[in-house]
Design a protein around this ligand. Structure first.
Ligand code: 13P
Length: 255
């Protein structure tokens, strides 16, 4: 059985001091959790704080972005080796905010995914359609096209070890999550695409997260879907109480 993973994407929130305060509360709240893998995604400047503050807990450290080159004249970028050095386990790649605000392309995302693997970390690849694409009935073709390029050149083992987060853009930060049926359909479709693009075994093993307005009140119905293996959580992950509650709800489902 696939182990569910619930990860926080803090986006541009929390100083080191705030991250430390979060951890002091959060660690206690999740110390009995055994069936759910937990990830925390701070900004670059708080990665080391989170890595230090989660030592020995099993909580995974997730970066929110990376560049694909090891070093060079790339002002403002951070390399995969630098992330690995401070204790990063996972790297969120291709978040819709990176794609839309910073113009990230699927080709660059594919290079980032390879770079992450080359440095012993694992990617959390985000895919998803806009409101308009959804209204035009293009959800499946959008997901297929993203995955086709993003997964190019990956081995079965690599694709099987990564995480794909289906995050419909219209559900992010809106308070309106996808229905459990739509979230399940997006994750199932994405898994089937991994099967087609990379292989059967990769499709069986790859973990699919849903992301977009997950809150304690809708976590149970979303996390109980057969092809949803966890969640990527934005605003509800900023508060240790609500983030821990979502994790506990998922733990109950897998016990
Ligand atoms: P919200 O949970 O705030 O909708 O954000 C989801 C998200 O973008 C996670 O990556």
């Amino acid at each position: 059985m696939r182990k569910p993973i619930i990860a926080a994407n803090w986006k541009l929130h929390k100083t080191q001091e705030e991250a430390t305060a979060f951890l002091n509360d959060f660690r206690e709240k999740v110390k009995y959790i055994s069936e759910v893998e937990i990830g925390l995604g701070p900004t670059f400047t708080s990665l080391e704080t989170v890595a230090e503050g989660t030592k020995g807990t099993g909580i995974k450290v997730c970066a929110q972005n990376v560049y694909f080159e090891d070093e060079g004249a790339f002002t403002g970028e951070v390399s995969p080796g630098m992330l690995a050095e401070v204790g990063t386990d996972y790297v969120i790649v291709g978040h819709s905010e990176r794609r839309q605000i910073f113009g990230e392309t699927d080709r660059a995302i594919n290079k980032k995914i390879h770079a992450v693997f080359d440095h012993g970390m694992k990617p959390i690849l985000c895919i998803g359609e806009t409101e308009e694409q959804r209204a035009d009935g293009k959800t499946e073709s959008v997901l297929r096209n993203q995955l086709k390029i993003d997964l190019r050149g990956l081995t079965e083992d690599q694709a099987g070890e990564m995480i794909v987060a289906y995050e419909p853009i219209w559900a992010i930060g809106t308070g309106e999550s996808a229905s459990p049926e739509d979230a399940q359909a997006g994750c199932k479709f994405s898994r089937d695409q991994v099967r087609e693009i990379v292989g059967e075994q990769a499709g069986d093993s790859v973990r699919l997260q849903y992301g977009g307005s997950i809150k304690p009140h809708n976590a149970e119905e979303l996390m109980s879907q057969p092809d949803i293996d966890g969640g990527l959580i934005g605003s509800a992950s900023l508060d240790p109480g609500s983030f821990a509650e979502i994790i506990s709800i998922t733990e109950e489902l897998y016990k």
